[in-house]
Design a protein around this ligand. Structure first.
Ligand code: SF4
Ligand code: SF4
Length: 197
């Protein structure tokens, strides 16, 4: 039986909740836990905290659970959850905010793995405009020390044309331009912040 003592009460003002709500400019109190976000998320089955549970953890102020979760690094930013939410909560934005909020913290071993993959994916996209799967997989295996991770499926994928030997170079210059603009914006923001201190 649940007693009043061990009931977790919602906490409207915690560090992560305030940061997330400022980032998405919405109140996550709007969430009524219907679970449509999790039901549509293509990678929810790999997450220990699904999107619905992330929102609940924010509502309840479960900061440790959020900080030790890998969910925000597994998230693909596909926006399916945000599109399905009947309360129009920007859940993909919540994941982005949690990545920003935890980026300077010491990662757990799982977070380290997912963050490495995340960073390599972004680098691959920045370089060629599309993910270069073979290079990404090889770089991940070398840098994570799992040299033969999934190596057995590579010959079959190459044979069926599911993996390319060389990176696609079609939109590389366009994406590099986008990244340069983002870097410029970040620099300007940092300078503006430094000026207000
Ligand atoms: S879909 Fe929206 S309202 Fe439903 S659980 Fe997810 S965040 Fe909450
Ligand atoms: S944006 Fe992230 S959390 Fe939302 S459905 Fe896509 S992968 Fe899942």
């Amino acid at each position: 039986m649940i007693s009043a003592q061990n009931t977790i009460r919602p906490r409207p003002h915690t560090t992560y909740r305030s940061f997330v709500e400022a980032h998405i400019r919405q109140s996550i109190a709007q969430c009524y836990q219907c679970g449509k976000c999790t039901a549509g998320c293509p990678v929810a089955y790999t997450m220990e905290l699904t999107p619905r549970r992330v929102i609940r953890a924010l509502q309840l102020g479960l900061e440790n659970e959020l900080e030790n979760s890998s969910t925000m690094w597994i998230c693909l930013s596909c926006l399916t959850c945000s599109a399905r939410c009947p309360r129009e909560i920007n859940i993909a934005g919540v994941m982005e905010a949690l990545r920003l909020a935890t980026i300077g913290k010491k990662p757990t071993p799982d977070q380290k793995k997912f963050r490495l993959f995340h960073d390599l994916f972004i680098m691959s996209f920045q370089f060629s405009g599309r993910a270069y799967e073979l290079g990404l997989g090889m770089a991940y295996n070398v840098m994570s020390g799992q040299f033969l991770n999934m190596a057995s499926i590579i010959p079959g994928m190459l044979r069926r044309g599911k993996l390319a030997f060389l990176p696609h170079k079609s939109r590389g210059s366009e994406t590099q331009h986008i990244f340069q603009r983002l870097e410029g914006q970040n620099k300007a923001m940092n300078q503006a912040e430094a000026g207000t201190k």
